[in-house]
Write a protein that binds this ligand. Structure first.
Ligand SMILES: [Zn+2]
Length: 766
């Protein structure tokens, strides 16, 4: 996609929407609140409930639930929707459904009903929360065939509870009866379910229902052993995914039939793709069905940081659409490592997780476990964020992300390439690459490999971080993108496997890369792949000596130091001919027209120092290959796994090289530049007539070690944004500092200076 075509696309999009809301600092969302606005704008509850809350009830809470206090808390936090425990493992109302056991301290009262009526009276919507999947022993005794069993036929248990089987009447009959009972009595707006997808991938059920259903579909027995290369095991994986989609559909049919078309069942989903894989939740298919995604992704990990939350928002919006909502359960208690259900999460930690999620398009959902706490600090955390959110909600929804970099992913790659090592093979390369983008303040969007054709028009570059398992259709989409002049950055073993993880004899995109595998057996060598990805060797990458610039250091031998401009992707490396690497590379066959800019220096000893000299200073094994295609698209193929290395080792050289490659492949077509020190997560959006830039300050002593104890301000920041056709760039406003800022507009770009950012800032340029 050429910049001209993209501009035309943006212009068209702008013209189409500009008529809806006019230009300037007023949006569709603002008009929606306008009583004079057309009634056709009325949105269903799941499209307009922007702030959520959940007091996750424990079994003792019926004795001590201070409803009056919690109603005040709803009000204080401007909460519009609540998630209230209703049934499943235990019922929080007097249920007539056989074996639907009341909570231990319910004692005949109707806590769910009381809370539901109070919420409705206060104008809040209600998601009735289910927790299916487990039951007490008396239920197991009554219906042993509804429960999961292991290979030896023994029931699968979690503590004292027995785990129900997703293929049994527990899901087909028992849960629908409960859903209907709750709807008829209480009319909640919809349902969530904490553990609707049942047993995960690591735990096989061998019950009679599972064996019968799997045999009906495949003619086979349930595989006794995990073997990703066995077609039977792969069928078992797919069958499991399909069953969860079946449960999703059945529950939605049930709730809509009993409660009307807007009475939806929304389950619960994770912000982690490998988490979705482990739970057999097909994110693309779920999002195709969903009206709202209820996201259970409560806190960060040290390796992925707060920025993971913003990315989760962008990734899921890419699937479900930017017009829908994705509330996220955000723990107000100390969740993560370690977990303390009744202690407050340190306020800066909880706050930053919320803010980065909001920056990525998530809606806040405070979450407390238990209705009573002696650590009352947790009640203060949400309030200021929610108040700010309410004041500025029109800028936080109904917006289109602006980014020219598309980072391509697929759940199938996580399953069938990642297999049991998805973190190593799939997530680490992804994390390194996206971290390099965040560090360089380059806006990007995750794009599903099946949506490349649909989404390509907005992108200058597609980035494929070790996207090894790709279908023929996905390959064709990428090829079309490059043929039309799009840039491509691919790393590692991208396109070396088919969608089931079976090896191809060569990279399927070898002609675009300008490089081919030398050994056609390479794609099938799983053990070697895993070892190479795990180990750190004492290896280097040599910058092609023909392209040396200047030498100010000892000279050795007679080798001429040819002077000349180095390639743009080597910017910043003028004073070195060598980069630290750590990985191991195999020979490739390189097409004559392709350029090899980095070559592999094989391992040599580190210790003792006397031995630390290169035994083989030069090879022709490529570490980086640049190619250009007939359509003019720039292609960078990086066999060296610097994305994974950067994700793990955090060496700036690796991040800088990745950024250089992306900038080069994009032809510098990047709509944002932010100058000034600090680690900042930058999210850029467009609404009719204005741009919205959400900056989240990740700079802290706790950036890579939770929890953050204190926030550290950064600034001043000098920001330049490229203006779409309908944004004049004449006015600027900062929504956190709550002040106007002056803008300078020239050549289609607008400049703004932001003096200081503590946690986050939102600049609106209209
Ligand atoms: Zn089963």
């Amino acid at each position: 996609m050429s910049p001209t075509t993209r501009r035309t696309f943006l212009k068209h999009a702008a013209t189409a929407t500009a008529t809806l809301a006019g230009l300037g600092l007023r949006s569709e969302a603002a008009e929606r609140k306008d009583p004079k606005a057309a009634p056709a704008r009325a949105l269903p509850w799941y499209r307009r409930t922007l702030r959520w809350g959940q007091t996750n009830i424990t079994e003792i809470d019926p004795t001590r639930y201070d409803l009056a206090w919690w109603r005040k808390h709803w009000k204080r936090t401007h909460t519009q929707g609540v998630i209230i425990n209703a049934g499943g493992i235990v019922a929080y109302y007097p249920s007539q459904v056989p074996l639907h056991r009341p909570a231990q301290f319910l004692k005949g009262c109707d806590l769910f009903g009381e809370l539901c009526r109070a919420a409705h009276a206060d104008g809040l919507v209600v998601f009735a929360r289910m927790d299916s999947n487990r039951a007490h022993e008396e239920f197991y005794r009554a219906h042993p065939d509804w429960f999961a069993v292991d290979a030896a036929g023994q029931p699968r248990k979690a503590g004292d509870l027995f785990i129900t089987c997703v293929n049994s009447p527990y899901y087909d009959e028992h849960i629908p009866v409960i859903l209907r009972e709750i709807i008829e009595r209480y009319h909640p707006e919809g349902f969530t379910d904490n553990s609707w997808s049942g047993l995960g991938r690591g735990t096989v059920c061998f019950c009679g229902n599972c064996r019968r259903k799997f045999r009906e579909r495949t003619g086979k027995d349930i595989p006794r052993e995990k073997n990703w290369n066995d077609p039977g095991y792969r069928e078992w994986i797919r069958w499991n995914y399909d069953r969860r989609l079946g449960i999703w559909d059945l529950n939605n049919r049930t709730t809509k039939a009993a409660g009307g078309p807007d009475c939806i069942w929304a389950g619960m989903n994770s912000g982690s793709i490998s988490g979705q894989c482990q739970s057999f939740r097909d994110y693309k298919e779920i999002c195709r069905r969903a009206d709202i995604i209820m996201l259970d992704h409560q806190s960060r990990s040290d390796v992925s940081g707060f920025q993971h939350n913003g990315e989760a928002g962008k990734l899921i919006h890419g699937l479900v659409g930017w017009d829908k909502l994705i509330p996220e359960s955000m723990a107000m208690y100390q969740a993560g490592r370690p977990t303390f259900r009744l202690a407050s999460k340190p306020e800066p930690e909880a706050r930053m997780w919320m803010l980065d999620g909001i920056a990525g398009g998530l809606q806040p959902w405070w979450h407390h476990v238990s209705a009573y706490h002696e650590d009352r600090r947790m009640y203060r955390t949400a309030e200021s964020v929610y108040r700010w959110h309410q004041d500025h909600e029109e800028f936080l929804v109904n917006r289109t992300p602006v980014a020219t970099i598309g980072a391509v992913w697929s759940q199938q790659n996580t399953d069938f390439f990642g297999r049991d090592d998805a973190d190593l093979l799939v997530e680490l390369p992804w994390r390194g690459l996206t971290q390099a983008l965040i560090r360089a303040r380059i806006p990007y969007l995750p794009v599903h490999a099946d949506h490349v054709d649909r989404d390509a028009s907005q992108f200058a570059v597609l980035v494929l971080p070790n996207l090894a398992a790709m279908s023929d259709q996905q390959l064709a989409s990428v090829r079309r993108f490059v043929e039309r002049g799009g840039g491509l950055v691919a790393t590692g073993e991208t396109s070396l496997l088919d969608e089931w993880g079976d090896p191809r004899p060569d990279f399927a995109l070898a002609d675009l890369f300008g490089a081919h595998v030398a050994d056609p057996r390479r794609g099938g060598d799983e053990a070697k792949r895993k070892k190479t990805a795990t180990d750190t060797a004492h290896t280097y990458l040599r910058i092609n000596p023909e392209r040396r610039t200047k030498v100010d250091g000892p000279q050795v031998g007679t080798e001429p130091a040819a002077l000349g401009e180095r390639h743009a992707v080597l910017r910043g490396f003028d004073e070195t001919d060598l980069l630290p690497f750590g990985g191991v590379l195999e020979p490739l066959r390189v097409d004559p027209a392709a350029q090899v800019l980095l070559t592999f220096v094989p391992p040599f000893p580190i210790y003792p120092p006397e031995t630390a000299w290169m035994r083989e200073p030069k090879t022709d094994i490529p570490g980086l290959v640049l190619n250009s295609t007939a359509g003019g698209g720039r292609v960078a193929f990086l066999p060296a796994d610097l994305d994974r290395r950067f994700g793990r080792d955090n060496l700036p050289d690796h991040g800088n090289l990745l950024t250089n490659l992306i900038r080069w492949a994009a032809g510098e077509d990047i709509p944002l530049a932010v100058e000034g020190p600090g680690l900042i997560d930058c999210h850029l959006y467009h609404q009719p007539g204005r741009l919205i830039l959400h900056l989240v300050n990740l700079t802290s002593a706790g950036t890579w070690r939770q929890p953050v104890h204190e926030l550290i301000p950064i600034g001043p920041l000098r920001v330049r944004v490229k203006l779409p056709a309908d944004v004049r760039g004449k006015r600027g406003r900062l929504l956190v500092a709550d002040e106007s800022v002056s803008t300078t507009t020239r050549g289609g770009w607008s400049r703004v200076e932001i003096q200081s950012v503590l946690d986050h800032e939102v600049a609106v340029i209209g």
